[in-house]
Structure formats: structure tokens, C-alpha cells
Design a binder for this molecule. Sequence first.
Ligand code: HEM
Length: 422
Amino acid sequence: MTRATAQGEAVEGIDLTDLARFADGPPLDLYRSLRDHDPVHWHEPTERTPDGEGFWCLTRHADVARAAADPTTFSSCTGPGRDGGGTLIEDLPLGFAAGVLFNMTDAPRHHHVRRLVTPALSPRRLRELEATLAVRADAIVDAAVERGRFDALVDVAAELPLQAIAELLGVPQADRHLLLGWADATLDYDDRELGESTDRSQRAAAEMFEYGTELLAAKRRCPADDLLSTIATAELPDEALPGGTLAELEQQMFFNLLIAAGSETTRNSIAAGLLALIDRPDQWAALHADPGLLPDAVEEVLRWASSTVYNRRTATVDVEVEGRQIRAGDKVVLWWQSANFDDRAFDEPERFDVRRRPNPHLAFGVGPHFCLGANLARLEVRLVLGGLARRGVRLALDGPVVRTRSNKHQGFRSVPVQVVAP
Ligand code: HEM
């Protein structure tokens, strides 16, 4: 399909489905060109684009926020004329992922399931969890610092989120690294392109599915005070069509979603924050000198990392945005990462500043699908950064940083560091 485009020279021929564009970090120049020259950009399909179909790119903070807050017009499930949908650029099958996986459903189903799971991540529940997580964070940071040389991604950034999500879901801690391995294998694009799977990713998905099935069955037989038991035993009201208990597939997908969301994104944000601070010793020193800066520093780390790069919607009706006509059924991609570097919303957005205020970042999205784990993620980033800052530890890079190859989850696989000053 070809359409009239409004973009100038600067944005012709861009390919946001080319994972190489993300290999060295966020493509900030490209986002800036789009925001300035063609903020509602029709992205023609390229040889790499899944489904061979174009999509709209919203890149300005205001447009992204407005679309995310309007689920009636911009569905997380699907739109007219489609038999697939969801929140990835590639269409996922309706009734398997789209419309079943919690974050790929719309109201009323989404509303009812969200009400069911929200208490497990409420501020009150997190206050209860904080003491346990603080002890865990201390142990993780102490062990790493004692060694002097460690992988900031594997040994520090990944560990706390993983232990926390295992605790919340009711997964035995001994199994947590199995889950991490499966999540990595299904989310990584090291050896494949968008929309493709490999033996490794298929095997990991199958093993995670089998593990989840057995664990959910165990929770059904013997429910405990954890989120998986809530999901496994839930009854929904009739108006939450298709109603009744959560189907087994839905429970299973929820398990997969939380393993990925709970482990992948936060570790990448922590690692991106540590790298930003290693590069800027003055900012690290400021944080060490004044722990009161920590809450603002956490928000800046989340903005800077923007570890969830985008989420897609599907237009349910014809709609005009910034003078461009989007048609019912079109794919519309909300680039959170671009929105977080929009100079219409942030003063000098390409400057990392632990004192930044206000900081209206969209790292957690906005609207009805606002990240369910936002408060947990904030707590985790605070405990790790705060733990290192409190100890006065200064870190330096100790080898090449390995980034993930993805336009969806941006982050790292290895960040070797050494302690240069305690
Ligand atoms: C820094 C870490 C994190 C980032 C950047 C992040 C980002 C996001 C974003 C952008 C969304 C919105 C998706 C959309 O609008 O389509 C989202 C939703 C969600 N996140 Fe997170 N997330 C993080 C951590 C977590 C954690 C720790 C958990 C689990 C404990 C979690 C669970 C979820 C869930 C379940 C949703 C779906 C909410 C819904 O559809 O109602 N996230 N996240």
C-alpha cells in the first residue's frame, strides 16, 4: 500500500524495523527528525517489516500520550478488517495473543482483570515487600562490590527484579534463573529478524509454557498468597466477556507476560542508569553527597533508559492526528522512547540530569494500560542505585558493553565493570 507522505528529506527511507538502527542505543537523531519534520509518519513497509504492511509512527510526547489515553480509538487488541492485532508491530493471532494476553485486551475484559491483579502491586503491598527487597538488594550489592569486578547487568541489575517477580508470582526462588533464560531467549533478536522464530526461541517458549502449566495447576490445587494463585483461582463477573474464570491460556499468557515484564525492563533501566552515571562522575558524586536526590534520579534513569521502546495500537475508526488521516484498521505505533526525548516536553532532553524536575516521562506508558509494575520498578531502581551510592562505590567500565538487538526492549546482555573507589 502506498500513501501520500508529508515528510521532508530528513525522514525519507527510515526503517524502524531494522534492528541495526537500535544496536548502539536509542536512535535519537532519527526520532528528532521524525518529531520535527513528520510527527505522524507513515512508515512504508521495508523488506524487514513484519506482515509486509506499513504503520503510523507517533513520536511527539503530546501525540503519544493522547493516543495512549484513548483506548476507544486506539485499541490494544485489534481493529476493523484484521484477524490479528496486539501491541507489537507484527500482528499476533486474535484469540491466542491479541485479545487474550492481558496487555493486549481492551475494556471491559481488561478492566476486570486489571482490578483483580492490581492489589498485588499496590503501594501498600509494596511497602510490605520493601523490607524484604531491601535485604535482598543489600546482599546483591555487597556480594558484587566485594568481588571488585562484576557484570553490572547480570550480577546486579538483573538479580533484584528477578527475585522480586519470583516472590510476587509465587515461583520458587531456585527456579528463577530458568525463567530468566526463557525470557531472554524469547525476547532476544540476536539470531533472527522481527516476526521470525528460531529453534532456541521456540524451545524456550515451549519450556516456559510447560513450566507455567504445571505451576498454575499446583496453585489451583493449593492456592497461596501470591499473584499466580489469584490468577489461577479468579472468577470474573459476567460483564467481563467472555466471562467466568480466566481461561487456562489466559492464565498462562499472564505468567509469561509478568516474567518478561518483571525481569527484562527493570534490569535494562538499572544498567542504563549505571552506565549514564559512570560516564558522568559529577552526577554520581551529587547523588552520593545528597541521598535526597534519589527519587528524581530514579525518574531520570527511567526516562533515559526508556527500556520499553514502543507499544502498538490499532485504529478502530478513521481519525485525524496532527493533520494526517489515519484509517480504521491501521497499525499505529506509540514510540515512548522518542516521546521521552521530545524537547517540547523536556528541557534539554539529551542531557542526563539526576536533578531533572519536572520529569513527565512516558517510560511506563499512560492511560488504562499504564504499567502495572511501575511502583515495583521504581523501588527496585531506587534500592540498587541507592545501595551503590550509599556505599560511595565508584565504578568504571571493564570491557565491552553488549546490547540487546531489539526495537522493542532496549537494553543490555553484559555490562562489565570494576570498582575503582570504595
Ligand atoms: C523499568 C521497568 C518497566 C518499564 C519501562 C515498563 C514499561 C511498561 C509500559 C510502557 C507499559 C504500557 C504498555 C502499553 O501501553 O501497551 C507497561 C505495561 C505493563 N507492565 Fe511494565 N514496565 C516496567 C516494569 C514492570 C514490572 C516490574 C512489571 C511487573 C511486576 C510490569 C508489568 C506490566 C504489566 C502487567 C503491564 C500491562 C498493564 C496493562 O495492560 O494494563 N512492568 N509497562
